[in-house]
Design a protein around this ligand. Structure first.
Ligand SMILES: C[S@@+](CC[C@H](N)C(=O)[O-])C[C@H]1O[C@@H](n2cnc3c(N)ncnc32)[C@H](O)[C@@H]1O
Length: 224
């Protein structure tokens, strides 16, 4: 019999992962509390997911990373730390207050020279990036914006990624208001996450898995 995962055990698992794998410096540790005090919502990835983002960037040898959904720059700093030497992160954010907060944090983290904030909507900026940077130009794409748009981000991410590049999506299994085991039709976000996961899993273009850390992270390597 597998161990029963009670809500308390799930919470303790997250705390354990953040304690053991989520070590962070003072800036990262205080970033989201400071952001929340400034009116930014408390919806960043956890420290252990942040560490995973750095690790995945390093494993991909990513010279260019694209993030959809900057918020306060928390995940962006972890991503910037996973860039290859001389690499750059392009992070997309339409909300001016979030972008402004993140810009200051990128300076404080010493990564501003490697990070470009594109102020706009994912579905406007992603096709622009395909046009301007070209297909196969990106080592890692991290999706963390509008959950119902994940299936629409997918073709642009696939075009941007080079063979061997990584597609990474947060909230692949849930968020504060829905979980993947809800019935189809109960939550548009659940249904979009389910559609996205199934598209990636069934795609000939990817080798994919989903890691049930925090709210679920789908990780897919572009074949070729
Ligand atoms: C979950 S938060 C991102 C959290 C961030 N990646 C982190 O972990 O630190 C989602 C962000 O996406 C932004 N957003 C909203 N609509 C968007 C869109 N259409 N395209 C890109 N970003 C969007 C929100 O303003 C918010 O800052």
């Amino acid at each position: 019999m597998p161990m029963e995962i009670t809500p308390d055990r799930w919470r303790a698992t997250g705390e354990y992962l953040d304690t053991v794998f989520g070590e962070q410096d003072d800036q990262l540790a205080t970033l989201m509390p400071r952001a929340v005090a400034a009116g930014v919502p408390d919806i960043a990835v956890s420290p252990s997911v942040g560490r995973l983002l750095t690790l995945l960037g390093q494993l991909a040898g990513a010279h260019t990373i694209v993030e959809v959904g900057t918020l306060a720059g928390y995940s962006g700093i972890w991503l910037a730390r996973g860039l290859a030497e001389g690499g750059r992160l392009i992070t997309i954010e339409p909300e001016p207050a979030h972008a402004d907060f993140a810009a200051a944090e990128f300076i404080a983290a010493g990564v501003a020279d490697r990070v470009e904030i594109r102020r706009g909507y994912g579905l406007d900026v992603l096709p622009e990036l395909v046009r301007t940077m070209g297909a196969g130009s990106v080592g890692l794409v991290f999706l963390d914006a509008i959950k119902t748009e994940y299936p629409d981000y997918l073709p642009y991410a696939t075009e941007l990624l080079r063979p061997g590049g990584l597609l990474v999506a947060d909230n692949a299994l849930g968020s504060g208001s829905w979980w993947i085991d809800a019935k189809p039709g109960e939550s548009a976000e659940r249904d979009a996450a389910d559609e996205f996961n199934r598209l990636v899993a069934a795609s000939d273009e990817y080798e994919a898995a989903c890691v049930p850390i925090r709210e679920g992270v789908t990780i897919a390597r572009k074949r070729g």
